[in-house]
Design a protein around this ligand. Structure first.
Ligand SMILES: *Cc1c(COP(=O)(O)O)cnc(C)c1O
Length: 394
């Protein structure tokens, strides 16, 4: 059969009838201790592990369920090996730790997920790594920021509060010319809509907590590495005792198989809702790269094959903070909560810190995650939100 398309890959990936006793799903294999036939068997399997193979000599290596998940992501992303972490955040920071040492310099997009910024500012600097935040729209201009001790460029595209789309191929190519490693937080797009390794990125991280888990019931990340970065990421992750339980690995795999229809529905629903929102008089603009009016549209169209359902509304300047709070508090179908990517639609006031100049008006914006409800009900709910705002005079 010719190369499978991504939707088919999502359904088939990570499955193995031998491991699942001919059932469709590989069960969650829980376990700490592994038994060996002989000391020779112990040596043999330790040796295979040392060669970089997935081999379980103890529970911290992950068992068959974990390996199924790792293999699934390597197939989807075009990676060499992957590792899973007990929160999305852990998966973002662990490769940074793996690839840097005291005296190094790293470049981190200014649009980065807030807790990763905190890790860089507080923990990394404590260990003597110099962190510089760069304008997410810098593209190939990143080259002018490289120093002799620059080790890593960290990307997130689009940023999940301010939604700038980065020129990932240009940044990856510049870094490669200088022997600098690159990694990206690809949570917004998922492997369904963007595959950064095809554009030269070394490590791709996903918070599986979001669309891939898809049901707001797991916290987890996966970092997929190429052959060059894998040994360092594996060693640091092992040394810091990083892994997830088999039950969570099982849920992530299960979520992965239904990703395409969920995301396609959510994306279509987001598009309809955005078209409606753009007509509302209190709305200044919408931040969603798949919208033709968005400044990130051309790069998004060039590199991505779709858009997920997380976006932001920026209200007009005359809208007060109190009105924005009233809007978010009045919604009944949307929940109020951090996170996104589950079946429920959510709203959250935008927040975050910036160092480089940015056009994103953080304190006038609200982030919206579209879930799996009927679109008409969501629009009706938003309509009530706008009516509530207007009850407070401008
Ligand atoms: C949520 C999120 C994370 C972290 O995931 P947690 O499981 O909540 O720690 C990382 N990156 C992005 C872009 C996220 O939205």
């Amino acid at each position: 059969m010719k190369n499978k398309l991504i939707g088919t890959k999502l359904v088939h990936c990570g499955r193995d009838r031998e491991l699942s006793s001919d059932f469709i799903n590989i069960p969650p294999y829980r376990g700490s201790t592994v038994l060996f036939d002989s000391v020779e068997d112990m040596f043999y399997r330790e040796n295979r592990k040392a060669q970089g193979e997935y081999e379980t000599t103890y529970g911290t290596d992950g068992g068959p369920t974990h390996q199924a998940l790792f293999k699934a992501f390597c197939e989807l992303e075009g990676g060499y090996r992957a590792w899973a972490y007990s929160t999305g955040l852990a998966g973002c920071v662990m490769p940074i730790l793996a690839l840097t040492a005291c005296g190094d310099h790293i470049l981190v997009t200014d649009s980065v997920y807030g807790p990763v910024r905190s890790f860089c500012e507080k923990t990394l600097t404590r260990f003597g790594v110099e962190v510089e935040f760069y304008d997410p729209l810098i593209a190939g201009g990143i080259e002018s920021l490289f120093r002799s001790n620059t080790k890593l460029v960290y990307m997130e595209s689009p940023g999940t509060h301010s939604f700038e789309v980065q020129d990932v191929p240009a940044i990856a190519a510049a870094a490669r010319r200088h022997g600098i490693r690159t990694m990206i937080d690809n949570t917004w797009a998922t492997p369904l809509y963007f595959r950064p390794m095809e554009h030269g990125v070394d490590i791709v991280v996903h918070a599986l907590t979001k669309y891939i888990g898809g049901h707001s019931d797991i916290l987890m990340a996966i970092a997929t590495c190429n052959e060059e970065t894998w040994p360092a990421v594996r060693d640091t992750s092992n040394q810091l005792g990083q892994l997830v339980g088999a039950d969570d690995a099982y849920l992530a795999l299960r979520g992965l198989h239904t990703l395409k229809p969920r995301l396609e529905y959510q994306s279509r629903s987001a598009r309809e809702i955005i078209a409606w929102l753009k007509e509302q008089p209190l709305v200044e603009r919408i931040h969603w790269p798949a919208d033709e009016d968005d400044p990130g549209y051309s790069i998004w169209k060039r590199d991505f094959s779709g858009a997920s359902s997380l976006f932001a509304i920026t209200f007009k300047d005359e809208v007060s903070d109190e009105q924005i709070r009233d809007f978010a508090s009045s919604l009944k179908v949307f929940g109020r909560g951090y996170s996104w990517g589950g079946f429920e639609s959510l709203v959250c006031l935008s927040y975050g810190k910036r160092e480089c100049s940015s056009n994103f008006k953080m304190n006038k914006s609200v982030r919206i995650a579209i879930g799996l409800e009927d679109t008409e009900d969501l629009i009706e709910d938003l309509k009530t939100g706008f009516e509530t705002m207007l009850r407070t005079p401008l």
